[in-house]
Design a binder for this molecule. Structure first.
Ligand code: AMP
Length: 249
């Protein structure tokens, strides 16, 4: 590996977003190579109704796959909440395909462990999720520039929201009874978490690590309402509701 880092001009790339109309694939531009690869049966290792998995043409590790949606999505900037099932599916399929390949190769150690993610600044147009084994053994890994490229692959994890209590979405309590809702909210890209009651923000009673708790020692009629928890990071938004009904003694 070279002893000094390349200058910023050395690693500057013309990005697809600078060259392309993001709504339209431009098949004759180098950065549209993945659109061509998508149709190449030789490069393909999996295809289903939603996504296609191909081998990276210039792999940066022993297993390096690209998972792409079948529908044209230019890049991460073009996605919204409606794409969440698709992104979850791509992650699931990427894991399954990589693990199958690793099992076939009797992979061990870093060769059998994968990083999944989207390059923060992609060079290629067409949304693609990298699935890359952690050995980074490859003939394509020749320069510091490419090493930086690997390190720069950013995983933007989905929000993981789990309601710990109550177990049902509707709670019926009498005046004076205690009420508590607690949620675990995860995601490496820390999600912004907000609790509202009937649309108005309320403060959590306690937040410790991923656990968010809201509690009322003795409920009153005015506590009745719909409590909604929203957890949001760059890639996804998760929501859950608890309706509290308060009746007299
Ligand atoms: P990114 O920097 O996230 O846009 O990564 C693009 C990836 O696509 C790189 O890892 C390249 O090695 C890979 N690549 C470029 N052209 C092709 C192609 N025609 N077929 C498959 N992979 C490609």
């Amino acid at each position: 590996m070279a002893s000094s880092l390349p200058s910023s001009t050395a690693i500057k790339r013309n990005l697809p977003s600078e060259n392309l109309n993001e709504n339209q694939p431009k098949r004759n531009h180098w950065s549209a190579g993945l659109s061509t690869a998508l149709d190449d049966e030789g490069a393909r290792v999996h295809k289903d109704e939603l996504c296609t998995v191909i081998k990276d043409k210039y792999p940066k590790a022993r297993i390096h796959l690209l998972v792409m949606p079948n529908e044209y999505i230019a890049n991460l900037k073009s996605i919204n909440n409606t794409h969440l099932p698709l992104l979850k599916h791509m992650l699931k399929v990427g894991k399954e395909v990589a693990e199958k390949i690793a099992a076939k190769a009797d992979a061990r150690g870093s060769f059998a462990h994968f990083r999944y993610g989207y390059h923060a600044i992609p060079s290629m147009s067409l949304l693609h999720m990298h699935v890359i084994s952690q050995d980074f053994i490859s003939d394509s890994l020749k320069t510091v520039c490419i090493y930086i490229y690997i390190v720069a692959i950013q995983i933007v994890p989905l929000v993981k929201l789990t309601k710990a209590s109550p177990t049902s979405d509707v709670v019926d309590l009498k005046v004076g009874e205690p009420f508590e809702i607690s949620f675990d909210v995860g995601g490496k890209e820390a999600p912004k978490v907000q609790l509202t009651k009937d649309g108005k923000e309320v403060k959590f009673t306690s937040v410790e690590g991923t656990r968010h708790v809201y509690s009322i020692p003795e409920v009153k009629p005015e506590h009745q309402g719909v409590y909604k928890l929203t957890a949001k990071n760059k890639l996804s938004t998760e929501e859950t509701n608890v309706a509290l009904n308060v009746t007299g003694n």
